[in-house]
Design a protein around this ligand. Structure first.
Ligand SMILES: Cc1cc2nc3c(=O)[nH]c(=O)nc-3n(C[C@H](O)[C@H](O)[C@H](O)COP(=O)(O)OP(=O)(O)OC[C@H]3O[C@@H](n4cnc5c(N)ncnc54)[C@H](O)[C@@H]3O)c2cc1C
Ligand code: FES
Ligand code: FES
Length: 1363
């Protein structure tokens, strides 16, 4: 059989010889034009492509539903399945599904790019639960999204929305008129603490008022196709352009196909092969899928052990383990229990649903989570050799022999794994250390089996009769400390032996400095920590067994203070509270109302169109970029012949094809559209390939050969300082206030230190993309995913050598941006425009995730040195700071970023003498750029580090120092701006009242006393964030408002909708101005031919500026309507008014304009003073964290935020911005670490090489990283006293820095560990360095204890950092 049969959203499809290179995602998006499922990464790491696959499980005799990643699902694998995409569950025309409705009502989408994937994950869960006849619980919901990422929302609203489906949760408990909100639309959901979710003020109303009482009606869902019920899958033999695909259905067929195609590659879940094909150029012309061989997917219990077919999925394995454990009541199941434990943290759900046991074993990754378990548990692998036709059993512990090398020849087949049952008194422990808890590959992973026997000696006790340790992440393959194992076998099982084990294993497995993967001291420490945990866990397990047997207890009693590191973590359900004031404006006024995102229904139904979703014109060409792989090199030759000869390749476009200037850059034209004879960073654009399909264009780009002559390179800030490498033409930026030198001379106390602050990848879910369409007369229309349409228009016009009026840039919406699409999108856009112009044909380009991350720059890494002078009460006397940013290889916005950083070092504190100097370092890395906060957070973090230092010095709580120095009304900043309407103290006071800091400190102290290796910490952090572009010119905005004859209103403005709800707010503004309901107002897109010369949407300023511009346009029209209204008499309808005005030939269209008043343009290179900001947004947050000192893992137990957003324009959107920014900030200062090979860091990597190029290696916070108790309040009664739009304040960026409360709470917890370790009081309280981000490595090593101090000096250790 060479055709596959499947159902797509209920419709039958039959495809002959489907191409195995085509993924299900590509098929549905390109062939079926179902663009609701998105491409976010192409490597199974983001979940944007999630679809549901349903199949008939013959063995279980039932239909099963699973969520999978469409991006890793080869089309031939769809055979015999029913596939449901977002389009198949509901839409705006036919009605949304309850899952979609709850998402809308819960404000669960912002940019909407992740939304269809998240909705599909929830939908699948509901279908699955229904098919299994199980009730959905809140915990099911919490655990369901480990394969989905969202960069905008902060996850809380999504979880809240979906937990309302959980049967065991009384929704959120809200009742009105005695009814639950799921029954009554007027009720208010509240959380289990009885506090209201989304209450207006302290009394009424609702933000997350779920109107959808309706439960999913499973009867009306797509019925599983009758044809596929009990349909035995046929043997498939597919022969297509992209290769051959075989799917045998019996072992006999399999063996015979293997014989016929001895070099064929076995394929199962494709989670490894798929990624390698896409990103590592793996070629697989012949593939044999094991999916159809029932015998290989079987999992069964036999007397010899638990047998797992190699093609069994990890989801099936976990379920079957549960079944067996229940049946045997755990007896003999220690290893199985450990496997299930490891699977909990293995990848995301969508991956586990397809990835197989065999695929993991044969991949033989040194950081595989399961291979250590097989090794330590004496599992055996049954291997078939088609050469000899024989099967053989192979011991797992002898199987992994080198880096991805196994005792299996190519072409051999792994049939099954046999796991022996554990014997009485045999215990297995498993652990994993990773950057993020969910869906992360391990840094160190381990399985430890200890068999115990009663001592035969005179003394009663227990001996180790057998022991086996297996570790991943410490050597090139799964490895065991065999010497230690031999030495420990036969020893008594007690603390002394444990101490010996820690010593000898630490010696035997010590990771050498400079080993690939870095983090040598950390990894060695974690190994020993895991052995420690395993011994304690074993002792506890034995104790509990003996207790059950009612025999003499174990003499070794585990110290109570150690128990928390070995106890199973209790499942946690997150909760949240959002409080905002009931708006006093009449119900008919939409400004101030928590109106949902106007595109929310489009997001949840997958109908929202992003650039990548646009239908391409029939003559469209597809582009891919040839990017530099060297940080600094001369281009000796460009070999394009092979690429040009490829079938389907049209052209290779280079600098020679540029009709205008080969010069780009937002302020200074210091970059090239295409490199000519030198590259100055990795990821720089050298050429562009054009082809008839995207796949061919990508292949051609890989086939272009660039010959380089490497030149010396500067990568880090430290390199740049050593080499005096600063951005040409950018003078140091300065602030000078008071007399710093005298203040230091006369100061009671002085502290000095420094901090390194890593960069941050934007990780917008939608990568950058452009479609360029040339037309007559040199015109060019660009559809771009950019925050700066006018910047793109300007750059394209200049590169093409045409006036700007010939170029139109259009933007409908972005799938997130966060600053990353402000200026860096230009580089690819201009290259695409050149190609389109040359061929006079439309050209489409979309970045893959890896090249987007490689090429488009990040938040600036910073280095800051500070000296701080203070008195004995913690009152600050002077601050002297030098900060440096890593600008990369061009100016871009780096000078403006350093200016904002310099202007924010003071944060919320009145310091009488201040000197700040900021410099931009030129390095051979991709130009760094804007990112939410724009240098402000980095500047503030340096200042706050100084505050922490003061508190540490004086041995008083940091919040006391902070409070003492907070600004007051009328104070003047070091750059001369007087603070009016300063609400930092009200925010602080409101927050600390809510938090009850003293009580929490007491509780934390008690917890820390009771626990040796789990510590808690607390921090309270304020923020004062300046609103306005520091470059004064940019503080202007335009809008265009048309009123049509039916009374509908079309608004256009220069701002870009990227998820922040800008269009929603602008619609509220226009509707309020005209006294209309918001349904009357519409915004279609942003375009440079409607509103020219628009400032990019950035600096949190868009709602302020465009709000005033829109209002200005509406006011003009209102003014013109006034006499008509008067003439019409009492209360004419809007439609009557418009009709009469038209009849009277009154202009119903107006162009609005706004410039922010009262701003000074400061030349900070001359330390000028004045008013760079129109006003400040203030806020404060407190966070409590818990860390595991042995792994560096942390969890945020509680975060409370109070934010002054003035008189909120839309509290639902503002709270969404606060939560989203906070979680993004948590990522910045905890887990998001860019790893780049440099001359001063990560020397195990090639210089300049970025190893974090996708979600597999770069971890943004996931669903389960958010604060477990997450509370947000908007400061009450705090209208902005400046003349802003409806007295609101900007909100997009300011809350990001509040996540510093998490960073400093972690520091606080680490400090507690150090205080316990160092006996010497001076050492115990000495200042220690903690750079940002506080990764697991930094946290663990900062904890300093007897284990880590074996591998690094706790006083001087500092983890390597690329800054
Ligand atoms: C997003 C993501 C997250 C991940 N997270 C983790 C994680 O947390 N922990 C972890 O350990 N791994 C992780 N992985 C790695 C991967 O998921 C596993 O290795 C998975 O089990 C591979 O199974 P598969 O069926 O998809 O293999 P495939 O990709 O189909 O095959 C992998 C390799 O195994 C060979 N092969 C498969 N089956 C057999 C067989 N029976 N006989 C001979 N050769 C065979 C194939 O030829 C191929 O070389 C992750 C991968 C992704 C994409
Ligand atoms: S696009 Fe498939 S997981 Fe990211
Ligand atoms: S709404 Fe989730 S990524 Fe934007």
């Amino acid at each position: 059989m060479n055709s596959i049969v499947f159902y797509l959203n209920g419709r039958r499809r039959e495809i002959q010889n489907p191409d195995p290179e085509v993924t299900l995602l590509e098929y549905v998006r390109v062939q079926e034009r179902l663009t609701g499922s998105k491409l976010g990464c192409g490597e199974g790491g983001c979940g944007a492509c999630t679809v549901m696959v349903s199949g008939y499980n013959m063995r279980r005799d039932r239909i099963e539903h699973r969520s999978v990643n469409g991006c890793l699902f080869p089309l031939p694998m769809a055979d015999n399945l029913s596939i449901t995409t977002i389009e198949g569950i509901g839409n705006r025309k036919g009605g949304l599904h309850p899952v979609q409705k709850r998402m809308v009502e819960g404000h669960g989408s912002q940019c909407g790019f992740c939304t269809p994937g998240i909705v599909m994950s929830m939908y699948t869960l509901l279908r699955q639960k229904c098919a299994e006849g199980e009730e959905l619980t809140a915990l099911d919901v919490e655990e369901n999204f480990d394969g989905n990422l969202c960069r905008c929302t902060g996850y809380r609203p999504i979880l809240d929305a979906f937990k309302t489906f959980a049967g065991n949760e009384p929704c959120c408990g809200g009742r009105k008129n005695g009814k639950c909100c799921r029954e009554s639309p007027e009720s208010t959901p509240t959380n289990d603490a009885g506090q209201q979710n989304g209450q207006y003020g302290e009394d009424t109303g609702l933000q997350n008022g779920f109107q959808t009482a309706e439960e999913p009606d499973t009867d009306s869902e797509h019925v599983f196709p009758r044809e596929l019920i009990k349909r035995a899958p046929p043997c498939l033999r597919i022969d297509s352009e992209g290769g051959q695909w075989f799917r045998p259905v019996t072992t006999m067929e399999l063996k015979s196909i293997m014989k016929e195609f001895p070099t064929a590659k076995i394929i199962c879940g494709n989670t490894e092969i798929g990624v390698e094909r896409k990103y590592k150029n793996l070629q697989c012309p012949v593939l044999i899928s094991l999916q159809g061989v029932a015998e290989l997917t079987e999992i069964r219990s036999t007397p010899a052990g638990f047998e797992i077919g190699a093609a069994a999925t990890l989801t099936d394995l976990r379920r079957e383990i549960g079944v067996v454990e229940r049946r045997l009541e755990g007896s003999g199941c220690e290893t199985l229990h450990a496997i299930a434990g490891q699977l909990k943290w293995f990848a995301g759900k969508q991956i586990r649903n397809v990835a197989t046991v065999g695929g993991n074993i044969v991949t033989a990754s040194p950081i595989s989570d399961l291979n250590p378990v097989w090794s330590s548990s004496r599992a055996q692998f049954l291997v078939f050799s088609h050469r000899t036709g024989e099967e053989r059993l192979q011991k797992a512990e002898e199987f992994f022999v080198g880096y991805r090398k196994i005792r299996m020849a190519p072409g051999e087949l792994l049939l099954k794994v046999i796991v022996p049952w554990t014997k009485p008194y045999e215990f297995v422990s498993v652990f994993k250390a990773s950057r993020r808890r969910d869906d992360d590959i391990a840094i160190v992973t381990t399985a430890i089996r200890i068999s115990l026997a009663r001592s035969k000696a005179l003394e009663p006790g227990w001996n180790i009769s057998d022991v086996s340790f297996a570790f991943g992440g410490v050597a090139e393959a799964t490895t065991s400390p065999t010497k230690a194992e031999r030495s420990l076998t036969g020893s008594s099982f007690d603390e002394a032996t444990m101490e010996r084990a820690l010593q000898i294993i630490g010696d035997e497995l010590q990771v050498p400095k400079g080993a690939p993967g870095g983090m040598a001291a950390y990894r060695s420490s974690v190994v020993v920590g895991f052995v420690f945990k395993a011994f304690l866990q074993t002792a506890e397990k034995l104790r509990s067994v003996l207790q059950k047997e009612n025999v003499e207890p174990l003499a070794w009693e585990v110290d109570e203070r150690l128990k928390s590191i070995i106890s199973d973590e209790k499942p946690q359900i997150t909760k949240g509270v959002q409080v905002f004031d009931k708006d006093g404006r009449p119900a008919t006024v939409s400004a101030g109302k928590p109106v949902g995102h106007v595109a929310a229904e489009l997001h949840v139904s997958g109908e929202a169109v992003y650039v990548d979703d646009m239908p391409v014109p029939s003559d469209c060409l597809f582009a891919a970029l040839v990017l530099s792989t060297k940080p600094h090199a001369r281009i000796k030759a460009l070999g394009v012949r092979d690429a040009l000869e490829m079938n389907g390749v049209v052209d290779i476009v280079t600098a020679a094809d540029i009709p205008g200037r080969n010069a780009i850059g937002v302020n200074l034209r210091d970059e090239l559209c295409f490199a000519v004879d030198e590259v100055t960073c990795t990821g720089q654009v050298i050429a562009l390939t054009l082809a008839n399909s995207q796949r061919i264009a990508n292949k051609a780009a890989k086939a272009v050969v660039v010959e380089y002559e490497c030149l010396p390179s500067i990568i880090t800030i430290e390199d740049a300082i050593d080499n005096h490498s600063y951005l040409p033409g950018v003078k140091p930026r300065l602030i000078e206030h008071g007399d710093v030198d005298i203040a230091f001379k006369t100061a009671e106390h002085v502290a000095r230190g420094d901090i390194r602050i890593g960069g941050q990848e934007h990780f917008y879910l939608e990568c950058n993309g452009t479609v360029a369409i040339p037309s007559e007369n040199d015109e060019m229309t660009l559809y771009i995913s950019t925050q700066g349409a006018s910047h793109s228009q300007e750059a394209v016009a200049e590169v093409l050598g045409v006036p700007q009026h010939k170029v139109v840039a259009r933007v409908k919406r972005l799938g997130g941006a966060f600053g990353g699409k402000e200026s860096r999108s230009i580089n690819s856009t201009v290259a695409v425009a050149v190609a389109a112009k040359k061929h006079n044909r439309p050209v489409r380009f979309f970045f893959d995730r890896d090249s987007d991350m490689l090429s488009t720059g990040t938040r600036h890494p910073f280095y800051g040195e500070y000296s701080v002078a203070f008195d004995g009460n913690g009152r600050l006397k002077a601050l002297d700071v030098k900060i440096y940013n890593n600008a990369g290889n061009s100016r871009d916005l780096s000078h403006a970023v350093i200016e904002r950083a310099v202007l924010h070092v003071d944060n919320a504190y009145n310091i009488p003498n201040v000197r700040v100097e900021g410099r931009c370092c030129y390095t051979h890395t991709p130009s760094n750029t804007a990112f939410r906060g724009f240098g402000g957070p980095q500047g503030m973090l340096v200042g706050e580090q100084a505050i922490e230092h003061v508190a540490n010095y004086l041995r008083i709580p940091a919040e006391a120092v902070r409070f003492t120095n907070l600004y007051r009304e009328g104070d003047v900043t070091p750059y001369g701006m007087k603070l009016t309407n300063c609400t930092i103290r009200p925010c602080w006071n409101d927050l600390t009242r809510k938090v009850d800091v003293d009580r929490r400190r007491i509780d934390i102290e008690a917890y820390n006393k009771a626990n040796r290796y789990n510590k808690r910490g607390l921090s309270v952090a304020p923020v004062k964030f300046g609103i306005s572009f520091v470059f004064k010119t940019l503080n202007q905005a335009g809008a265009l408002v048309h009123v049509y004859l039916d009374g509908s209103v079309l608004v256009t403005h220069g701002g870009i909708e990227m998820g922040q709800g800008l269009h929603t707010k602008m619609i509220q503004v226009a509707a309020t101005a005209f006294g209309l309901p918001i349904e009357k107002v519409f915004i279609s897109e942003t375009a440079t031919d409607k509103v020219p010369n628009a400032t990019p949407s950035a600096a949190s300023a868009s709602a302020d500026m465009y709000g005033m511009a829109v209002k200005n346009a509406c006011d003009q029209i209102e003014e013109r309507l006034k006499p008509v209204r008067e003439a019409l008499g009492k209360d004419p309808t809007w439609e009557q008014l418009v009709e009469r005005a038209y009849a009277q030939r009154i202009n119903l269209s107006a162009q609005g304009f706004y410039r922010v008043p009262d701003l000074d343009s400061l030349d900070l290179s001359k330390a000028e003073k004045g008013r760079p900001f129109y006003y400040f947004t203030y806020g404060a947050a407190a966070s409590e964290v818990e860390i595991d000192c042995l792994t560096g893992d942390h969890k945020v137990l509680y975060s409370e935020i109070v934010m002054d957003v003035g008189r909120s324009l839309n509290p639902a959107i503002d709270i969404g911005q606060i939560e989203g920014a906070f979680v993004q900030g948590m990522g910045w200062c905890t887990m998001e670490e860019l790893v780049r090979g440099g001359t001063t860091a990560h020397r195990w990597l090639p210089t300049g090489f970025l190893s974090t190029q996708g979600p597999g290696t770069y971890k943004i916070p996931g669903f389960r990283d958010i604060p477990r108790d997450f509370r947000v309040s908007l400061l009450k009664d705090a209208p902005n006293l400046e003349e802003t739009i409806h007295q609101s304040k900007a909100v997009g960026e300011p809350p990001l820095f509040l996540a510093a409360s998490v960073f400093f709470a972690i520091r606080d917890a680490c400090k507690s560990s150090r205080q316990e370790f160092f006996e010497d009081e001076e050492l115990a309280n000495a200042w220690f360095e903690l750079d940002s981000p506080a990764t697991t490595e930094r946290i663990r090593m900062a904890c300093a204890d007897e284990i880590s101090s074996r591998f690094a000096d706790p006083q001087s250790f500092r983890a390597e950092a690329f800054i």
